[in-house]
Design a protein. Structure first.
Length: 228
């Protein structure tokens, strides 16, 4: 890293470091997941504190060549106030945030992941019905799965399906265990992304299926889903 680098960043997480400092984790459009030290950002007098809250989209400047560069400037571009006022939306944010924190490597650019996370926040910042919020998370998960290099498979033909993460997704079976409406909903969310969240989609089966797929391929328990 050169003396100063500028990024467009989403603040993911803050951790205490010493008495007044913090380690702040960002997902940036330019360089993927980065960690940096915020000096004195636990102090209410810090000018940086206003741009470094979790969920904020900010213009970020880092300096230093070490493992943990230092935050020089952070200016909030969007605070997503309508998300922060709704507990259901905050829960979705924590689930999406855990996925990005646990499944993306440091300093590996992925505009697809950045755009998916930013798109989720922009959608959640709108007036939504409860099912729209659930569908927004499902759309994010599908985008995120594909950004990681996986793709949930749906055969071109057949009407009887089971869902098997080890075999890549929806698999033709002699006995139908997955409702056809679930396949239709998945296809709509995969093809149209966040544009499909206000459609009348059957989503009852999809949350658990996508969770099973992610946990199988990431080989880890996604705690936020269980706790929240």
């Amino acid at each position: 890293m050169s003396r100063e680098q500028q990024y467009t960043a989403i603040v993911l997480k803050k951790q205490a470091l010493a008495e007044a400092d913090e380690i702040i984790t960002f997902f940036t459009k330019e360089a993927g997941k980065l960690r940096a030290v915020g000096k004195s950002t636990k102090s209410s007098k810090s000018k940086l504190i206003y741009g470094l809250q979790p969920m904020f989209l900010c213009d970020l400047t880092l300096a230093g060549n070490g493992r943990l560069p230092k935050v020089i400037r952070a200016t909030a571009k969007e605070t997503f106030g309508f998300v922060q006022e709704d507990s259901s939306k905050i829960k979705v944010w924590y689930i999406a945030c855990e996925l990005v924190l646990t499944a993306t490597p440091d300093e590996q650019p992925s505009e697809t992941v950045f755009d998916a996370l930013l798109g989720l926040l922009e959608v959640l910042n709108q007036e939504l019905k409860p099912n729209d919020i659930v569908r927004a998370l499902l759309a994010f998960k599908i985008l995120f799965i594909e950004a990681l290099g996986f793709k949930i498979l749906v055969p071109n033909s057949g009407s009887n399906f089971v869902f098997n993460p080890a075999l890549g997704g929806f698999v033709i079976s002699e006995k139908a265990l997955i409702k056809p409406e679930t396949i239709l909903a998945f296809n709509q969310l995969e093809q149209r992304g966040y544009l499909a969240i206000k459609d009348d989609l059957y989503i009852e089966e999809l949350p658990q299926l996508l969770l099973n797929f992610l946990q199988f391929h990431l080989e880890r328990d996604l705690k936020s889903e269980r706790i929240i």
